[in-house]
Each structure stands twice: as structure tokens, then as C-alpha cells.
Design a protein around this ligand. Structure first.
Ligand code: TYM
Length: 326
């Protein structure tokens, strides 16, 4: 199975990124039947990050973070989106056949307009660049969080339209979303997202994680009162780090009552610090070897380009776009 996913370097990764996507990257890479491609979507990040040093730094940090969290360059092709220019060529072939209505329905653009904010054409056409990212590698499975499902549907629609117009060219991908981590809540209970300022970062030091955990919003019911764990975002966050048994124990404590949320927050912070400790250590080693990381990205880009070139050529021939013999 060909697996592909991308992640924006628009800041440091948070728990939503990890449980919603990165953890599945690692699991899928472990299956020798899978061929996996993971990339850092710096062209997408350009729609929000408008500072050169920052974008470069975030991109390198994203690579280091992914490697520290377990992406294995011997098993996964890891690269930076802009190192594969074929994707931008494919982007145009797809854009040329994309109905406006399809993009007008996309959430990121719609939300921005609803807030009365000006939107750039980049944000509007963003889902088609993502479609190009996916189709360029004949990807079949795309591990993502729930918020990206709509973009995978758009990818399928556009690919199907292209195939209909020009003959079978693209593989239709499907999203791989884990129900229990589809929408990781932030400290305020909404979806964890940089744009809501409610994130806890994977590589925050334990003291910062603890501080953020203590700020998780909870209701003000008294200690003695029994509480329902279902739908409680503190319980949901704890569950991400807990074994099934620990999860059940906490659920029973909730139902019994007689505890304070602060205890659960402290336990969560402790679990999170332990959970990410090995990755934090690996990250330190990798951060000291930026040349090695850049080499991994260069090797990944070379492999990715070979595949993307093949698919782009197929699409160009199908659409009748002239290509001089190379
Ligand atoms: P991005 O960078 O916003 O997010 C990266 C991944 O993290 C997931 N995620 C979450 N999952 C669960 N709960 C949350 N609170 C949460 N927050 C983020 C996202 O669903 C995503 O899987 N457009 C994409 C990047 C992209 C891409 C692609 C993805 C570009 N090209 C091709 C797949 C295939 C994005 O902005 O993800």
C-alpha cells in the first residue's frame, strides 16, 4: 500500500498533530507491505508564515521533530514539499479543471471569509495543491486528522474528474483517520489548533506542559459530585496517553466522584512528560546534526521526485500538454 501524508511547518507540532497524524505515520511505516512518503508542507505554510528565517527554521525543526518521533528514513521517504517542483506543475493541470464551487465549499477558506478576513488565492486554491501532493505519488492511503477529510474528498473528486476527461490517470486515495484521535481537543475544549491558541506542544519542556495542563478548562462541579467521563476533554486527553486499564480506572473515578480535576491534570502532565521523554532525548541528538538531517531530506526529495516525475508525465500526456523529448 502506498501511504502519503504532509504536515505544515507553521509552528511546533502539538498533541493534535501527534495523535491525529504523526503516530499513524509511524505505525504505517512499520508494515513492510507499505511504501510510505511523508513531507513537510512548506508551500502550504506560506499561506500563513510570511517570514523567511522563520519558515526555514520551522521546516528544519519539523524534520528534526518527525525523525525524533520515529519517522525512520530507512523505511520512509521524508522530504520537503518545495523540493519536488513537479507537484506545482501538477497543481496547474488539476486547477484547470476544478470547479469554483468545489473550492468555495472548503472550510479553511469559508471560515476566513465568515470572519470577514481577506483571503489570498493561495488559501482558496490550497486544497488543490494538497490534491497534487497526494496524486503525484499514486498514494492510496492518507493518514490525517478529521479536519483534513474534506481535502481528501476534494482530491478524489478532482482525480475522478481528470480521469473522466482524459482517461485513467490517477489513483483515488482514501483518508485514514483513527476515531479516538480524529479531533484532539485543546486546553479550552475546542479542537487543538495553533489558530485557537489552545495547544500543548509535543516538545514543550515538562514544566511548560504542566503549566498548560493546569490551565485546561473544566467545569466547576464540587469534588464530591460524580462526573461523566464521556465528552469530558480532560478525560479525552488523558486517554491518549493512558493504557486501556488506566483509562478504565480514571473513568470509574469520574463516575464515583470525590476527586478534583487538578489531580487529573497533574497525572496527565506526568504521563505526557514520560511519554515524550525518549523523543525529547533523540531530538537533542538530531538537533546537533543539522547536516545529517538535511542529507536525509535531500535523499528523500530525490526519491520523491522520481515518482512525481513519472506521474506528472502520465498526466501531461493524458491532457495533451506538449512535452519536448528529454
Ligand atoms: P496540518 O499541518 O494542519 O496538520 C497536520 C496533521 O495533524 C492533524 N491534526 C489533528 N488531528 C487531530 N486533532 C487535532 N486537533 C489536529 N490538529 C491537526 C491534521 O489533520 C493533519 O493530518 N493541509 C494539511 C497538510 C497537507 C497534507 C497534504 C496532508 C498538505 N498536503 C497532503 C495530507 C496529504 C494541513 O494543513 O495539516
Amino acid at each position: 500500500m502506498r501511504v502519503l501524508s504532509g504536515i505544515q511547518p507553521s509552528g511546533r507540532f502539538h498533541w493534535g498533530n501527534y495523535f491525529g497524524a504523526i503516530r499513524q505515520y509511524i505505525q504505517l511505516q512499520e508494515d513492510p507491505q507499505n511504501e510510505v512518503f511523508y513531507f513537510i508542507a512548506n508551500l502550504h505554510a506560506l499561506t500563513s508564515v510570511r517570514n523567511r528565517e522563520q519558515l526555514e527554521q520551522y521546516t528544519l525543526d519539523a524534520a528534526i521533530d518527525l525523525l525524533a518521533l520515529g519517522v525512520d528514513p530507512d523505511r520512509a521517504v521524508l522530504f520537503v514539499q518545495s523540493d519536488v517542483p513537479e507537484v506545482c506543475q501538477l497543481f496547474w493541470l488539476l486547477l484547470a479543471i476544478t470547479p469554483m464551487g468545489l473550492l468555495e465549499r472548503c472550510v479553511a477558506y469559508k471560515e476566513k471569509r465568515a470572519q470577514g478576513l481577506p483571503a489570498d488565492a493561495g488559501l482558496f486554491t490550497y486544497p488543490i495543491l494538497q490534491a497534487a501532493d497526494i496524486l503525484a505519488y499514486d498514494a492510496e492511503l492518507v493518514p490525517v486528522g478529521e479536519d483534513q477529510k474534506q481535502h481528501i474528498e476534494v482530491t478524489r473528486d478532482v482525480a475522478a474528474k481528470f480521469n473522466h476527461l482524459f482517461g485513467e490517470t490517477f489513483v483515488l486515495p482514501r483518508a485514514y483517520v483513527l476515531p479516538e484521535a480524529a479531533k484532539v481537543p485543546g486546553i479550552d475544549g475546542q479542537k487543538m489548533s495553533k489558530s485557537y491558541g489552545n495547544t500543548i506542544e509535543v516538545f514543550d519542556d515538562p514544566a511548560t506542559v504542566r503549566k498548560k495542563c493546569m490551565r485546561i478548562v473544566t467545569d466547576s462541579r464540587p469534588i464530591e459530585e460524580p462526573k461523566d467521563p464521556e465528552g469530558d476533554h480532560l478525560f479525552q486527553l488523558y486517554s491518549l496517553f493512558a493504557t486501556p486499564q488506566e483509562r478504565e480506572e480514571l473513568a470509574a473515578t469520574y463516575r464515583r466522584g470525590g476527586f478534583g480535576y487538578a489531580e487529573v491534570k497533574r497525572a496527565l502532565a506526568q504521563k505526557a512528560a514520560e511519554f515524550f521523554a525518549p523523543a525529547r532525548e533523540r531530538r537533542q541528538e538530531l538537533a546537533a546534526q543539522p547536516q545529517r538531517v538535511r542529507q536525509i531530506l535531500a535523499d528523500g526529495a530525490a526519491t520523491a521526485r522520481r515518482k512525481a516525475h513519472e506521474v506528472l508525465t502520465r498526466a501531461q500526456v493524458a491532457a495533451g500538454v506538449f512535452r519536448s523529448p528529454s
